[in-house]
Design a protein. Sequence first.
Length: 115
Amino acid sequence: MFKLVALAASVAVFFQSSVCQAEVQPAPPPDQEQSDQVLDDAAVIALIIAGSVAMYKAMGRPCACPTDLTRNGQRCGKRSAWSRGGGARPLCSPTDVTPSMIQNYRKTKVIPSLW
């Protein structure tokens, strides 16, 4: 339960950070017919990637993806977990997310494991 709460907090921080600077539009007034809105595939992919990277970084490791920065500010590049073989495999690119991962997320709301 603690891991789920920590993951949710990490994802919330990610979307509030300067990394994700999409302009937020106010939501339209809810209609009873639209109350069960479904996220499109791009939004689900973004949630899965953000959750995967957050899980990796929650372990105290800064280099999940090649575009991340090390503690001293250098680009991770080939030192990232995504670039190395074996071990953790964080999802960093939309092409890493398979249609079955999207389908499973919609059913369970669980981010795929790193291993």
